[in-house]
Design a protein around this ligand. Structure first.
Ligand SMILES: Cc1cc2nc3c(=O)[nH]c(=O)nc-3n(C[C@H](O)[C@H](O)[C@H](O)COP(=O)(O)OP(=O)(O)OC[C@H]3O[C@@H](n4cnc5c(N)ncnc54)[C@H](O)[C@@H]3O)c2cc1C
Length: 410
């Protein structure tokens, strides 16, 4: 293999890892570059929607995703919408209604770092991949038939790596996107979101919580989800808004964290808190996902609020779409104009579905007007009680619709 006859993937988060794996499976050599010393134990994404489960299975990660031990995910067909003010269970959605229509009629609650860990040995075993940790992309240049990235690493201050293409999967603050001068249009919400993980078992409170619960509340909406963590009884994660006037320091103080969890369920004593984090939340989409030999995927190309669990899923859908097209170009079956189609397709998925849906999800959970709020909740109940509407809702919430409509774009 010539050293420059490869694709350089920047960022070994879930999207970079899936991109690298999909490429090596197609026989395309990859250098995967990651700034951190090892894959970070990132506790952001966990919800993997059914079409994404299908993609991971296609990549050979099914055994890992479905593993019974803590390294695998929780299979979760049901999700709830609840009214946090009254405690009412408003609507129960059941993805297993799609049994026989889709191969995986459930969500897998699998923390994103476990996906990265699962992908890594497959990438390494291909024999055509090199993974470089503690290596950061600092500059980028492209010529007619190559792209060159400058990297700074633990061993050398500066080194240049050439490849045929570079894929920026380096997250929301993407250096690849910035160096390529691609606009990242959109807005930032004034409030931040706090995520609190607890070892307390909300499933044992007798309140009927399932693995994924969305709570509407004009004062403090809530997402309460379960993951396996490092083993039984697992970890419950609450995501809530932090108003603009509350400082980071206040929000991250143990007093506020305990108050927020006691607001969900008043228990005796303190909650065990294995992790917590505060996030600024954005809705932004890159002006293009391809510029010459530079391609963007995942958060580098788009960011959204996490209500509905669509960011990483959308990024994995980018990765699968992009790597199929890149293989066609690599092996001479198509010209580089297919990358324009990649942008058209995945921009549509983002703008029409992921951005629109996550903004709507947030607005509906936080609605303050009691009449509109009641209308939203009644509508959710009505949808859940009608099989046809229920299924339509699942196809949209599970990102099937976004994939299908994107794939139909020429
Ligand atoms: C609270 C919360 C909950 C969420 N839950 C969900 C969910 O359930 N489902 C879902 O689909 N999405 C969810 N998301 C969104 C999801 O976390 C992101 O969409 C996902 O992490 C994006 O993956 P990525 O690989 O594109 O980027 P990242 O995960 O950000 O990975 C980028 C990688 O690039 C590396 N990097 C950065 N710069 C450089 C550089 N210059 N050189 C080399 N390496 C570099 C970073 O170290 C990092 O490892 C959630 C987000 C939040 C905040």
């Amino acid at each position: 293999m010539r050293q420059d006859d490869r694709v350089i993937v920047v960022g070994a988060g879930p999207v970079g890892a899936v991109t690298a794996l999909a490429l090596v499976k197609k026989g395309i050599p990859v250098t995967l570059i990651e700034a951190e010393a090892e894959p970070p134990e990132d506790q952001r994404a966990a919800t993997i929607h059914p079409p994404t489960v299908e993609m991971l299975a296609e990549l050979g990660l099914k055994d890992e995703a479905f593993a019974d031990d803590a390294s695998g995910g929780l299979l979760s067909p049901i999700f709830h919408f609840r009214d946090r003010v009254t405690g009412e269970l408003v609507a129960v959605f059941d993805i297993s209604l799609l049994e026989g229509e889709v191969p995986y009629p459930f969500v897998v609650q699998w923390e994103q770092y476990k996906l990265v860990r699962a992908a890594r040995p497959h990438i390494e075993a291909s024999g055509i991949a090199e993974i470089r940790f503690s290596t950061k992309v600092t500059d980028l240049a492209q010529g007619a038939d190559y792209v060159e990235v400058t990297v700074a690493g633990a061993e050398r201050d500066s080194e240049r790596l050439r490849g045929r293409y570079v894929i920026g999967a380096d997250g929301g603050r993407s250096t690849v996107r910035r160096l390529s001068e691609i606009e990242f249009e959109g807005f930032t919400w004034p409030e931040r979101f706090i995520k609190i993980g607890t070892s307390f078992d909300f499933g044992a409170t007798g309140r009927g919580f399932c693995t994924r619960n969305y709570f509407s509340d004009p004062n403090e909406w809530l997402n309460l989800f379960k993951v396996k963590g490092s083993g039984p009884p697992g970890i419950w994660r609450g995501i809530m808004p932090v108003p603009a006037e509350e400082s980071d320091e206040q929000a991250l103080s143990m007093k506020s964290i305990q108050r927020r969890l006691h607001g969900i369920h008043a228990t005796h004593g303190d909650y065990g808190i294995p992790y917590h984090a505060l996030y600024s939340v954005h809705q932004r989409v890159a002006a293009t996902f391809n510029k010459g030999r530079v391609l963007l995927a995942g958060d580098a190309a788009h960011v959204n609020n996490p209500i509905g669990g669509m960011g990483m899923n959308g990024g994995i859908h980018d990765a699968m779409n992009l790597t199929a097209k890149l293989a066609d170009v690599w092996f001479g079956r198509a010209g580089p104009e297919v990358f324009d189609r990649y942008t058209r397709q995945r921009l549509k998925a983002q703008v029409d579905y992921v951005q629109a849906q996550t903004i709507q999800n947030k607005r509906s959970l936080e609605e303050k007007d009691p009449v509109i709020r009641r209308k939203h909740l009644d509508e959710l109940r009505r949808i859940s009680e009608d099989v046809k509407l229920h299924k339509q809702f699942l196809y949209r919430a599970g990102l099937f619709d976004s994939l299908n409509s994107a794939n139909a774009v020429e």
